[in-house]
Write a protein that binds this ligand. Structure first.
Ligand code: G6P
Length: 611
């Protein structure tokens, strides 16, 4: 959460920073700001989106070849002009942007107040900056040294970037727990929370590690640890094209990403699954196959939509591999005193690879000697790097805040892992194994067919867009799909939506059922079909409105439901990939019909780098 951008070099910094902030807006859009150095420090900030900031800056002198910019997701202090970053030191010379949370801000603030400092914002960032300034003044040390001393006192997570009026040819940056990428150009450097603001200028990047400090000039990058020892920067080549982060003719990134799913699933399977040969090639799994085969338990840790992928994986791993699975919210797991044994396999699922709670949960499991397998979308991200092994989802950059293509990619990767382990463990027979490989291979074509239903789904969306509440129900593999459907609707349309196991609905939510309540059933043909038909009848008997996602040709449910959305027939194990897509489109079209900014829903952020 929060996006940071900085530039130093021969070009004008402002246009680069502004464009970068627009790319990073998915990380937060409560306020935005820039600080530029050109014969003095100039700071401009504004509540609202980056475009609001841009508008207020028209006509201003923004010339500068060094600058920093920030787009905020509020933690300490409401979204407002004064809480927007960059913040400025008491002497007006230093300016800083920050992504993360300083947990001991209260203590630091008290110390500073005792020395007479006052604060013009409610942020932890301003406190950290003034703490650095105070050390700089008292120790008579340079800024670099002051930052190092200050960070040793800081509890929490941060990426910070500081500019100094007295030293206008240097940027100082540091990281712990939040992401920082440095792009290396010819006589210039670009800093950002992810690579998207950088790729059009250079493909050479350095991912800064925790507890590292970067001292950056136009033509020099020095990395040091907090002990003041130099660290050799590891320069990597970005495997990312500009087109992948642009809308490409779609109205929204979310719609583009939904429609990309035939390709992203194809990319995810490519080079791994060979249905004819009956093989799945995944080096990360193969190299650790004994760990998977002998695991007493698999613990899946994740947050948000990724947690829903974990729930589906629980059903699949238990069915195919006969290994007990637990699915944990990373935020709960990290603070419990979980029982973790050496032989446990932890699967951490994350689109961004930067979710703070998931990172700390992994570290905790590692301390207990568990083997960590990462299922991650963002290549080179923190979770990809701290896992012992892993598999990428290869869905490409996901920009819409509500996760779509990353989720289906996660499902496909998890299905492949389960199948590979099951065949090695001999807990699946060859015939079913080959059948499921074929089913996976057919997914891209089936998704293409599914997407042709978009107008029918839009019609359903328009019919129910004014609902204030809704229920999403499913059983078995489709129960987590119902949870994901409800989450999508909440995120994008702000309609209250509750996901429930269809049978459990009788123990409470049925009290809500009346004529005005839309109930979405995920009811594709599987081993629970008859049971879910009964659940639909229970809702209809109470005059609820039933929208059912069914397998094409299902006459029984078609007759009972008020509206149906068909998906192609598929084995129940792979069916969640297909039944999820109508959930995504339904939420999308309702959000659009209500006039909301579906790519940037209120209060949300794509990458949650605070706990
Ligand atoms: C945020 C995003 C969700 C995402 C969740 C977990 O809440 O808005 O879309 O599912 O974080 O993120 P991760 O990157 O770890 O999958």
């Amino acid at each position: 959460m929060c996006g940071i951008v900085a530039y130093i070099g021969p070009r004008q910094a402002y246009p680069i920073i502004l464009k970068g902030l627009k790319r990073l807006e998915y990380r937060g859009y409560d306020s935005a700001g820039v600080a530029l150095l050109n014969s003095g420090l100039k700071v401009y900030k504004k509540k609202g989106k980056v475009a609001d900031l841009e508008e207020t800056l028209v006509g201003k002198d923004l010339h500068a070849t060094i600058g920093i910019g920030h787009t905020r997701w509020a933690t300490h202090g409401e979204p407002s002009d004064r809480n927007a970053h960059p913040h400025v030191s008491a002497n007006g010379k230093l300016s800083m942007i920050h992504n993360g949370i300083i947990e001991n801000y209260g203590q630091l603030k008290q110390e500073l107040e005792n020395k007479g400092y006052t604060f013009s914002s409610d942020t932890d960032t301003e406190i950290l900056l003034k703490f650095i300034e105070d050390i700089q003044i008292n120790n008579k040390s340079g800024l670099e040294e002051a930052v190092r001393i200050a960070l040793k006192r800081v509890v929490g997570a941060y990426v910070i970037v500081i500019i100094d009026e007295d030293n206008p040819d240097t940027l100082i940056a540091a990281r712990k727990g939040s992401p920082l990428v440095i792009g290396i150009g010819k006589g210039e450097h670009f800093l950002a929370s992810d690579a998207t603001p950088i790729i059009e200028y250079t493909k050479e990047v350095v991912y800064v590690n925790d507890y590292e400090l970067a001292i950056i000039k136009s033509d020099e990058l020095i990395l040091k640890n907090l002990g003041n020892e130099k660290v050799t920067p590891f320069i990597q080549k970005l495997d990312l094209e500009l087109a992948a982060i642009e809308k490409g003719g779609y109205d929204h990134f979310m719609l583009k990403e939904i429609f990309e799913q035939p390709d992203t699933i194809f990319d995810c399977l490519r080079g791994r699954l060979d249905a004819e040969a009956g093989t799945i090639t995944m080096a990360g799994v193969q190299n650790h196959i004994e760990q998977f085969k002998n695991a007493n338990r698999i613990i899946i840790i994740a947050c948000g939509t990724s947690w829903h992928a974990g729930l589906i994986a629980e059903y699949i791993f238990e069915e195919l591999c006969r290994t007990p699975v637990e699915v944990e919210y990373a935020s709960e797991f990290r603070y419990r005193n979980p029982v973790i044994h050496k032989g446990d396999v932890i699967i951490a699922i994350s689109q961004s690879g930067e979710t703070a709670d998931t990172i700390v949960a992994i570290e905790k499991a590692k301390e207990h000697g568990a083997f960590i397998f990462g299922v991650v979308n963002a290549v080179g991200s923190s979770i990809a790097r701290i896992s012992h092994a892993g598999a990428y989802t290869h869905a490409g950059p996901e920009i819409g805040v509500a996760s779509t293509k990353a989720f289906t990619g996660q499902l496909v990767v998890l299905m492949m892992i389960a199948l590979k382990v099951a065949i090695e463990k001999k807990t699946i027979d060859q015939k079913r194994y080959l059948h499921l490989l074929n089913e996976l291979q057919e997914l891209p074509d089936k998704i293409t067919l599914m997407l042709r239903e978009k107008d029918a789904i839009r019609a359903v969306a328009n019919k129910y867009k004014d609902a204030t509440d809704s229920l999403y129900l499913g059983r078995g593999y489709n129960f987590p799909v119902a949870l994901e459907g409800a989450l999508k609707l909440k995120e994008i349309s702000y309609i209250h939506a509750e996901g429930y196991p269809a049978a459990e609905m009788k123990h409470g939510p049925i009290a809500l059922v009346q004529e005005t309540l839309p109930v979405v059933f995920v009811a594709t043909k599987d081993s629970y079909h008859e049971k879910i038909v009964s659940n639909i009848q229970e809702i209809k008997a109470r005059k609820g409105k039933v929208i059912a996602v069914i397998t094409a040709g299902d006459e029984i449910i078609t007759k009972m439901a008020d509206d149906v959305i068909s998906v192609p027939e598929a084995d129940e194990i792979v069916a969640p990939v297909l039944s999820t897509i109508p959930m995504q489109l339904l939420a999308y079209y309702i959000g659009v019909a209500k006039g909301y900014d579906v790519d940037k829903p209120r209060n949300l952020a794509k990458s949650v780098t605070v706990e």
